[in-house]
Design a protein around this ligand. Structure first.
Ligand SMILES: Cc1ncc(C[n+]2csc(CCOP(=O)(O)OP(=O)(O)O)c2C)c(N)n1
Ligand SMILES: [Mg+2]
Length: 626
């Protein structure tokens, strides 16, 4: 539970290895041990040395005081929950909490805006599989969290947000910096509440972590008035959670699993359609086993990228509005669609009535409310994807399905993702292919929203879960940079690249200061087309090229980067792309590369709104460049 970062930051250039004594002590701390009896001796000196360390003393020192302040209860509960890192921004009514954090053994990253802090916590969670924690003050601080919370909710990301609130007696009086935080954030959280009595504090925070991280994860906000943070209470460390209405179904129904297996065994033309749920459930291994054993082609949603190795022959890559032609055709022609941890989003289905018209549909999901929400399902299986896939693998048979795979191979050959490789101007797709080549497909990639995001999904080849981090459901411009910071904090040893749009980057670029201050060697590749490219593409195709308000003057992003203490590089010619990427990858400081790309390049293929998945535009263009 307590990794090396519990005891201070570890940079890629200074990876700390734990001694045996450290492992012993940290494990004890993780188990909640706060007192040890014993007698030293030479063979025990390393262990005693470690017991004498700062963190142990921190916990022991507090033992002397029977009553704890609310802020102390908060910090102790965070430590108990295994929190090693948190993000947040101070303010008047969270000062008691920040005072406790002053010498707490928790790494703290301060963003330049609470939205950025929330995205950082969200990406930290996506990259690590742990809960991301963000703190903000009342009123403006809490309001600034809303976009981040909505982003996390739409993509089922476990985030716990703690907000300060004005004194209990002032609530409802328009006090300075008062906002109805629980009211404002109710629709953008999985659960939220205000703690008005210190007795409920430890229990509520425990519940927040539990609710955020279990079943279908999501953000949980706990609002804590300042008087509750300073009140004192004889805290009982053993306080239990009390969530009678919160039930989690993990095991899928055995009969439903057998029905799904029978349908798979019978199918001539199956397709596995998988989403972010596979990554959340840590079920990639089980997915690979199923696809291999039953011999099933696999297509992924945007958030599912990384759940199945795109280098494997069964991969059909992404499906949907800007998905691959071969995935979309396969879905439209399949006789069985097995959806796992995906929610039939409209960017995936296109016209719902025309979606997978010949298919029987199996839907495996932990969230019963997503079953038959958009598309009628024949065989629902509610439960944990890892458990259900494990069971399913036992019951499926291997089938060659040669005609089906032959057909898919033909589509793959005819309509690969393509672009003009002979252009001297920088093609955005080329930048991404080159990033993938030079990092050997190993980097963690975050994105902005728009064309940059779709090209990143199309042209990078992901092989591992938690490698692609993007705002799918909400489509939040400005997510890419803070997300890269959160991911780099979670994975200090990884190469983290934000593939961004010029205008997405501009929304939160102030967070470069956060990366610089914390010496995080993130890389930002701006695909700078000068436009809000995706909106311009729609205007080109559906509004007769009337580019209404989609051009904005850009600053010189390399100079902005330099001014904020990062490295800035500008690239104007295709021939300079490989060298610039090489230089960028070698940087220890945060680095921004401003690629001046083809201004009116479009993302193909495209399923226009209201069309079915097989009615793709741009196939002729793709074919001519294949
Ligand atoms: C916060 C926010 N506001 C507006 C939008 C609508 N929108 C979607 S894509 C896009 C343009 C993005 O431009 P840019 O970041 O330059 O990316 P490009 O499409 O050019 O790659 C806009 C305005 C959004 N997704 N998020
Ligand atoms: Mg742009």
């Amino acid at each position: 539970m307590f990794s090396r970062r519990f005891f201070g930051r570890v940079r890629p250039e200074s990876i700390e290895y734990l001694t045996g004594a450290q492992i012993v002590v940290r494990t004890l701390l993780g188990l909640g041990v706060d007192t040890i009896f014993g007698y030293t001796g030479s063979a025990l000196l390393p262990l005693f040395d470690e017991i004498n360390s700062e963190n142990w003393r921190y916990i022991m020192a507090k033992k002397s005081d029977e009553k704890k302040a609310g802020a102390e209860i908060i910090v102790d509960t965070l430590i108990e929950q295994g929190v090693e890192t948190m993000f947040g921004y101070p303010g008047g009514v969270v000062l008691p909490l920040f005072d406790r954090l002053y010498d707490a053994p928790i790494e703290f990253i301060i963003p330049r805006h609470e939205q950025g802090g929330c995205h950082m916590a969200d990406a930290y969670a996506r990259a690590s599989g742990k809960v991301g924690v963000v703190v903000a003050t009342s009123g403006p601080g809490a309001c600034n969290l809303t976009t981040g919370l909505a982003t996390a909710l739409m993509d089922s990301v476990p985030v716990v947000a703690l907000t300060g609130q004005v004194r209990t007696e002032l609530i409802g009086n328009d006090a300075f910096q008062e906002a109805d935080t629980t009211g404002i954030t109710r629709p953008v959280t999985k659960y939220n509440c205000i703690v008005k009595d210190i007795k409920d504090l430890a229990r509520t925070i425990r519940e927040a972590f539990y609710i955020a991280s279990t079943s279908r994860p999501g953000p949980v906000l706990v609002d804590i008035p300042v008087d509750v943070q300073v009140a004192r209470y004889e805290s009982d460390g053993q306080v239990k959670m009390n969530l009678p209405g919160y039930r989690i179904r993990t095991k899928g129904h055995a009969r439903q699993i057998s029905a799904a297996a029978a349908a798979i065994n019978k199918s001539e033309k199956p397709v596995l359609y998988v989403g972010g749920g596979i990554i959340i459930a840590n079920a990639s291994e089980e997915l690979r086993a199923l696809a291999q054993k039953a011999h099933l082609p696999v297509t992924m949603t945007l958030l599912g990228l990384g759940s199945f190795d795109q280098n494997r022959p069964e991969s059909l890559d992404m499906l949907g509005m800007h998905g691959s032609a071969y995935a979309n055709y396969a879905v439209q022609e399949c006789d069985l669609l097995i959806a796992v941890g995906a929610r039939f989003d409209d960017r995936v289905t296109g016209k719902v009535k025309g979606f997978a018209p010949n298919a029987k549909i199996v839907h495996i999901d932990i969230d019963p409310t997503s079953i038959s929400k958009n598309v009628n399902v024949d065989i629902p299986v509610v439960g944990d994807a890892k458990y259900i896939l494990t069971e399913l693998v036992k019951e499926v048979e291997h089938r060659e399905r040669a005609p089906w795979f032959k057909k898919i191979a033909e589509w793959k050959k005819k309509f690969p993702f393509s672009y003009d490789k002979n252009a001297s101007v920088v093609k955005p797709q080329y930048v991404i292919e080159e990033l993938c080549r030079q990092t050997k497909g190993e980097a963690i990639v975050t994105t902005g929203v728009g064309q940059n995001q779709m090209w990143a999904a199309q042209f990078f080849r992901f092989s591992r879960p938690r490698q692609f981090i993007s705002s799918g459901g909400l489509g939040t411009m400005g997510y890419g940079l803070p997300a890269a910071i959160g991911a780099q904090v979670a994975r200090p040893d990884a190469t983290v690249i934000d593939i961004d749009g010029d205008h997405s980057f501009n929304m939160t670029m102030t967070e470069l200061s956060t990366a610089v201050e914390n010496k995080l060697p993130i890389k930002v590749c701006i695909l700078n087309n000068g436009y809000m490219g995706m909106v311009r593409q729609w205007q080109e195709l559906f509004y007769n090229k009337r580019y209404s308000k989609t051009y904005l003057a850009n600053p010189d992003y390399a100079k902005v980067a330099e001014a904020l203490g990062a490295v800035g590089i500008t690239v104007e010619k295709a021939a300079d792309v490989p060298g610039a990427i090489k230089k960028m990858l070698g940087q220890k400081r945060p680095c921004v590369v401003d690629f001046r790309v083809e201004r009116e390049e479009n993302v193909w293929p495209m399923v226009a709104a209201g069309k079915s998945l097989n009615e793709m535009d741009g196939l002729d263009i793709m074919e001519s460049m294949a």
